[in-house]
Design a protein around this ligand. Structure first.
Ligand code: SIN
Ligand code: FE
Length: 304
C-alpha cells in the first residue's frame, strides 16, 4: 500500500504536473497523507466539536452534513432545533467549504468536476462500537452508499483527525482489482447456493439481476459495489486472514483516499471530520483503475 506523505508547503505550492501525478497515484490506490492538515478549523470550533461527546448524548452518532441543502442529519429530533445544532451546522458548513476549497485546488485536474457529497463528524470512539455488521467500520471493506448510488463515479474521501492527542488507527488491505477477481463470483451468488460460475459471463448475468432488488434504484455497477461491501464485511475468513497493513494517522493530520477501491477499516480513534467527493469517469486521469472499468472488463459488458 502506497502512502505518500505531503508537507504543508508541497500541498500549497505544487505545480500542474505534480498535481496530475497525485491524481494518478490516488486513482491507482495510494493514500495521500498530510502530517499537518492543510484544512484547519479555528481552535474554538474544534473545542466545540470535542465538547459534544460530554455535552449532549444525542450527538453520539456520526453526524452528516449535506452541503446542497445545508442541513445536518443523524441528530435526534429533540436536538435538531437546539442552539447546539445550529452551531454544529455552521461549523460543519465551514469545514465542508474549506475542505472543498483545498481539494479543488490541490487536485486541480478534477477542477469543475468534483462533486461535493456529504461531510461527516465522527465523535464516537471507534473501538468496540456496537453496530450491525453492515454498518461496522472496523471490518475491512470498500465503500458503497446504500442510499446514494454513484452511477460509476468514484468515491474520494478527505479525513481530518481532530483528536487533540490520539491517532486514528486504520488497516488497509489488498487492491480492489485483486480482491474482486478472488471474491466477485461469491459476492454475487444468490446465497446459500455456493456453486458459482467463475466466468465473466457469470458476473454479467448476476449483476444484471439488480432490477429485482427493492428500494433504491441502482445500476448493475452500484448493485455490485453494494453487494461487495456487504460480502467483505460478512466474510469471517476474509476478515481473519486477509493481508493488511496498519496505519496510524496522528492528531492534527489529514489523509485522502479513494475508498471505493482501497479496502479499509478504522480500529480505534475518536473525533474525525470527513468530506466525501464524487469523481465522474470523465474527470478521472487514470480511468483504467476505476472499479467500473475493472468490473466491466470482468463482465464483458456495460454496467451503467
Ligand atoms: C470508513 O469509511 O469506513 C470509516 C473511516 C473512518 O471513520 O476513519
Ligand atoms: Fe468505509
Amino acid at each position: 500500500m502506497a502512502v505518500i506523505e505531503i508537507s504543508l508547503a508541497a500541498a500549497r505550492q505544487s505545480g500542474p504536473l505534480q498535481k496530475r501525478d497525485w491524481c494518478t497515484a490516488l486513482e491507482a490506490g495510494a493514500i495521500l497523507y498530510f502530517p499537518h492538515s492543510p484544512v484547519r478549523l479555528r481552535a474554538e470550533d474544534i473545542a466545540f466539536l470535542l465538547g459534544q461527546q460530554q455535552a449532549d448524548s444525542s450527538l453520539h452518532k456520526n453526524i452528516a452534513y449535506k452541503p446542497a441543502a445545508d442541513v445536518l442529519s443523524g441528530l435526534d429530533a429533540s436536538a435538531s432545533d437546539s442552539a447546539t445544532a445550529t452551531r454544529l451546522r455552521s461549523v460543519m458548513r465551514g469545514y465542508s467549504e474549506a475542505a472543498a476549497t483545498f481539494v479543488e485546488s490541490f487536485l486541480e485536474p478534477y477542477e469543475g468536476c468534483l462533486q461535493r457529497d456529504y461531510a461527516s463528524f465522527r465523535p464516537q470512539e471507534e473501538q468496540n462500537r456496537n453496530l450491525p455488521v453492515r454498518k461496522r467500520n472496523d471490518l475491512l471493506h470498500t465503500d458503497a452508499f446504500p442510499t446514494r448510488p454513484t452511477g460509476g463515479a468514484r468515491i474520494l474521501r478527505f479525513f481530518n483527525n481532530i483528536h487533540p492527542e490520539r491517532t486514528r488507527d486504520w488497516v488497509v488491505g489488498e487492491p480492489f482489482k485483486k480482491l474482486v477477481r478472488q471474491f466477485a463470483p461469491a459476492a454475487i451468488a444468490p446465497r446459500p447456493d455456493t456453486a458459482v460460475s467463475r466466468t465473466a459471463k457469470g458476473l454479467a448475468r448476476a449483476v444484471g439481476l439488480s432490477a429485482a432488488l427493492p428500494s433504491v434504484k441502482r445500476t448493475p455497477y452500484d448493485d455490485f459495489m453494494m453487494r461487495f461491501h456487504n460480502y467483505l464485511k460478512e466474510n469471517d475468513s476474509f476478515q481473519k486472514d486477509a493481508p493488511t497493513e496498519r496505519l496510524r494517522f496522528p492528531a492534527g493530520s489529514s489523509w485522502m483516499v479513494f475508498t471505493d477501491t482501497v479496502p479499509h477499516a478504522v480500529l480505534a480513534g475518536q473525533y474525525a471530520l470527513e468530506q466525501t467527493f464524487l469523481v465522474s469517469r470523465a474527470a478521472q486521469v487514470a480511468p483504467e483503475h476505476a472499479p467500473l472499468t475493472v468490473l466491466e472488463e470482468l463482465a464483458g459488458t456495460a454496467l451503467v
